[in-house]
Every structure is written in C-alpha cells, then in structure tokens.
Design a protein around this ligand. Structure first.
Ligand code: OGA
Ligand code: MN
Length: 296
C-alpha cells in the first residue's frame, strides 16, 4: 500500500490495495496506522458491493445499525448495517422534493461527525460512491479537528478543557426547520453527553469533538454554550483545515469521526447521487462517568 497526502495537514490517498478482498492482519494494521496519522483515507478505483463494504469495515470494529429519523412505514433500500446516503426511494427512484427522507440528506450538509448523538459514537465511517450527480457538485468536505485544536490559544484551551456538550439528532434537524418529532423519536433519540476535547487514542493528539448535533454545554446558559460551539466550529472549519473530496466512480473514503468533521456539498437535487455508508462503532463513551459500572 502506498500513501500519498492529499492536503498539508491530513487526508491521504491509499493506492496498491484492493479493499474488496480478504485483507491480511498486516494490511489491516497498515490501514489503521495510516488512519491514525491522516484521519481520512481515499481508496480509488475499487469494485465494491455492499457485502464487501461491510466485510472491509468489520475489520476495524462492530458496525452500527442505521438509526436515522424515519417515518412509520418507511422501507429501507439497503441492509440495516448500511446508511443510505442517497436521494433514492426503496425502488431506486429519486425522492420527491417534499419526501421526509431528504431531511437526512440536507442534514449531511451541515458540518458534523457521525453518530455523536449516540452515547457510544462512531469511530470510522466508510463511504462508497455508486452513482454521482451528472451535473457535478456533491463533494464531501473534511475538517481536521486535531490541527484546529492545536491552533487554539492557551486561554481558550484551558477554558474548554473540561466542557461536556449535549448532543441530539433533534438539534441538527431543528437547524433545518424540522421540529415535528413524534414521541417515539423523542424517546428513542434522547440527548447524550460528549466531551468537547478528546484525546485521539491512535495518535495521542488532542482533538475538538464538534458536530451540528451539539446544542449546549453543561453548566453554561444555552446561548453562551451554543455561541461557544458556533465560534469553535467557525474556527475549526476555516479553509486551511479543510480537504474537499471530489468523488469519482469507484471511490471509497474512510474517515475517523473522533478527530474530523465532514459535510456534503450542493449538487442539483434532480441528479441521482447514490452513496452508501458503513459505520464502525467506537467501544466506550467519551464521558468516562457515562461508562457502565463494572460489577464488583
Ligand atoms: C455521511 C455524510 C456527506 C456526503 O455519509 O455520513 O455525511 O457528502 N455524507 O454525502
Ligand atoms: Mn455524516
């Protein structure tokens, strides 16, 4: 496997590896190591179907079950271990403009990290491009949260060191004007606590843990907490921290949700964009006191 950086701070392209076949322990270790350094890895010219994508992803940990906001009677197009990042219905036709499911696609256009609204959030995401918009657009941008943390001044680092944020998928959806959550959604997606500054295990570097799902900071009035999150997000998503991935058919991009944010970019909503994501879960909550107590 050969690694070629795609950005001065992070993100790289991995060539000389076919991720659709069985990998050796050495190859898995090499990918993990590259992920610890670069946080975003692009594999190009891959031929991968959903089952092979799941197998590849499972080398790195257990897969999440997709749990977005869905209406009753919703029929998923893909296996429950796949997140459908497309604008298609279960029969493969483009969704109507007012279809509820498009909410999730628009929410992907806000800077976020995957599954920070779960108590144990995502470690890696793996996104495979199947059909790309005919008219172009639809890049995915990634922002380097370790570099953004490093560049904060000492006073800010000290102020935010022990902050715990409240994350909920309802926060990101409300930003888009959607508030019509039913009781099941409200109870099934109750808010969770996440630290704001975390140490990335593989690199031992500190990282900001921000997302559109974060709505407040414990111990601060909501406006003060939210403004702090807005300021930090503005800082952390300056162009110097951002790598923009222009998709080609056969691309598979893997990213580390613990130390990056990402967002989708505009494409003509009339064009089909079919992307499929697998998500590798982390093992422990970010807030240590939220870990289940061990017996004895
Ligand atoms: C995702 C996501 C953005 C995009 O798959 O988690 O946020 O560009 N995707 O599709
Ligand atoms: Mn995402």
């Amino acid at each position: 496997m050969k690694i070629t950086p795609l950005h001065p701070l992070f993100a790289a392209e991995a060539t000389g590896i076919d991720i659709s076949v069985d990998l050796t322990p050495d190859q898995i270790a090499e990918i993990r190591e590259a992920m610890d350094t670069y946080a975003v890895l692009a594999f190009r010219e891959q031929t991968i179907d959903d089952a092979r994508q799941r197998r590849f992803s499972e080398y790195f940990g257990p897969l999440e079950t997709s749990r977005k906001l869905h209406r009753k009677g919703y029929v998923p197009r893909l296996d429950t271990k796949m997140s459908d990042i497309s604008n298609l219905d279960e029969t493969g036709r483009p969704l109507a403009k007012d279809d509820f499911r498009l909410l999730n696609m628009y929410a992907n256009r806000l800077w976020h990290t995957d599954s920070s609204f779960k108590r144990i959030p995502a470690r890696y995401s793996v996104l495979a491009a199947h059909v790309l918009p005919r008219g172009g657009g639809g890049n995915t941008e990634f922002a380097d949260m370790r570099a953004a943390y490093d560049d904060l001044d000492g006073a800010t680092k000290a102020r935010i060191e022990n902050y715990v944020c409240i994350h909920s998928i309802m926060n990101s959806r409300e930003r888009l004007g959607y508030t019509d959550f039913d009781e099941g959604e409200r109870t099934g997606l109750s808010p969770v606590r996440q630290v704001l500054v975390r140490t990335h295990p593989g690199s031992q570097r500190k990282s900001l843990y921000l997302a559109s799902h974060a709505g407040s900071i414990e111990g601060l009035p909501v406006p003060e907490g939210r403004m702090t999150l807005i300021d930090l997000t503005e800082h952390a998503t300056q162009p110097k921290y951002v790598y923009s991935h222009a998709w080609r058919p056969g691309d598979v991009v893997m990213w580390d949700n613990r130390c990056t944010m990402h967002r989708g970019r505009w494409h003509d909503p009339g064009d089909i964009r079919d992307m499929r994501r697998t998500t590798v879960s982390d093992e422990i909550p970010t807030v240590s006191e939220d870990a289940p107590r061990r017996a004895g």
